[in-house]
Design a protein around this ligand. Structure first.
Ligand SMILES: [Zn+2]
Length: 400
């Protein structure tokens, strides 16, 4: 068994559902210390991140991924169980095999190999293993300032490359992910008996007219501020209800013959870069204008976000960082990488927000089988993935 594979197995065997990563972080930290790397443990209100440093110079490559997993549905695991880390044929099975403990093992192996290379005198690899990525990204939120401001690390964001490790089927590079915000819209009209509609203001019909106006609004957003990486902004009405009517001063659920006086609906907004950058400023300006355009006598409209906005991230395909990573992937695998956009949120915006150039996601592992029973990673991809991380770190060191 190679050290890389057995390291991945050890990580899988230690349960670490989001919020309970203490044990696996402790294991990673002592493994790194035994290997002779410089290790920092960050403790932030019970949340633990582990950071290690290989090499002594600058420029720096930061390889970062998460050690937490989502809760497995154990009954549905057929081939193996989530924590047995069994090898069957050419695959390593287990919870987090692809997302992202295999990747973490590959990054640690790359740091260790870098430390023994000639490049270690000219550059550095920093591996940041974070907690709580799957729930809210809190681990990265606190590890980024920790690394950036650490007095002994002397980080220069401009000459530092960051790769966020997530499974991208090995030869795909994710260039970005859209920002999102969920908005609740409330419509207050006037309830009445529906046989006398003129006496009321129908909140359900008003809701329908606002939703009908959305596609034009979204097309205007896309035309006015195109985004070559993330392509599109989408806004979709999800839940809606109009179940309240006010008849003779009493709020009652609407019946077939009641004209609803109140209604509400939710908008799921997935935003391209022009709309999420600068704290979503342009988006809110446009959205408030759109809603102002929906004003009508007899109706009161109100809207607010349901929880804080989640920023996205985008990096240009032509950037030196993506260019160099693509070269390394082609050399190591013989395959020209393809490009994609990540569907969900990830940790890249925390790095980008602090001034780092960051690969949105790149890593070995199969993105279609994550968070599912019998998760696995191909052993050959795991080994090759570690080689790509190492070769990239050397190439980044040698660039100047
Ligand atoms: Zn992940």
């Amino acid at each position: 068994m190679t050290p890389l594979i057995s390291l991945a197995q050890s990580l899988i065997k230690i349960p670490s559902i989001s919020g309970t990563e203490g044990k696996v972080m402790k294991f990673a930290s002592s493994w790194l210390k035994k290997s002779g790397l410089k290790v920092f443990e960050q403790n932030h209100n019970g949340l633990v991140n582990v950071v290690c440093v290989a090499g002594t110079g600058n420029p720096t490559t930061v390889l970062t991924t998460h050690l937490d997993t989502v809760e497995p549905e154990k009954k549905l695991w057929r081939k193996t169980n989530p924590y047995s880390a069994k090898i069957i044929g050419s695959r390593l099975y287990g919870l987090g095999a692809s997302d992202a403990k295999g990747i973490a093992a590959a990054m640690l192996w790359a740091a260790l190999s870098f430390n023994k290379s000639v490049e270690a005198k000219k550059g550095r690899v920093i591996v940041a293993l974070v907690s709580d990525e799957e729930r809210n990204g809190k681990g990265s939120k606190v590890v980024v300032p920790f690394i950036k401001q650490h007095p002994s690390l002397h980080i220069i964001p401009k000459s530092t490359s960051v790769i966020v490790g997530e499974p991208t089927n090995f030869t795909e590079i994710s260039l970005g992910s859209r920002g999102n915000v969920f908005i609740k819209v409330l419509i207050y009209g006037k309830g009445a008996h529906s046989s006398r509609p003129k006496e009321g203001r129908n909140a359900a019909q008003k809701t329908a007219s606002i939703i009908a106006a959305l596609p034009d609004f979204v097309e205007r957003l896309n035309q006015h501020h195109p985004d070559s990486v993330l392509k599109r902004t989408d806004i979709t009405a999800t839940s809606l209800s109009s179940n309240l009517g006010v008849v003779k001063g009493l709020i009652t659920p609407t019946k077939l013959n009641t004209l609803p006086g109140e209604a509400n609906f939710t908008l799921d907004c997935r935003l391209s870069q022009p709309y999420f950058q600068n704290n979503f400023r342009l988006f809110w300006k446009k959205f408030n204008e759109f809603m102002a355009g929906q004003r009508e006598a007899g109706f009161k409209l109100a809207w607010s976000k349901i929880h804080p906005e989640v920023p996205g991230h985008a990096i240009q395909r032509a950037s030196p960082l993506i260019h160099r990573l693509a070269e390394v992937i082609a050399q190591e695998t013989g395959v020209k990488p393809s490009y994609r956009i990540a569907m969900g949120a990830n940790d890249a915006p925390f790095w980008a927000g602090a001034g780092f150039e960051v690969v949105n996601e790149y890593g070995p592992g199969n993105s279609n089988i994550i968070h599912q029973p019998d998760e696995w990673i191909s052993l050959s991809q795991l080994k090759k993935g570690a080689e790509v991380y190492l070769s990239f770190s050397k190439a980044w060191t040698n660039k100047s």
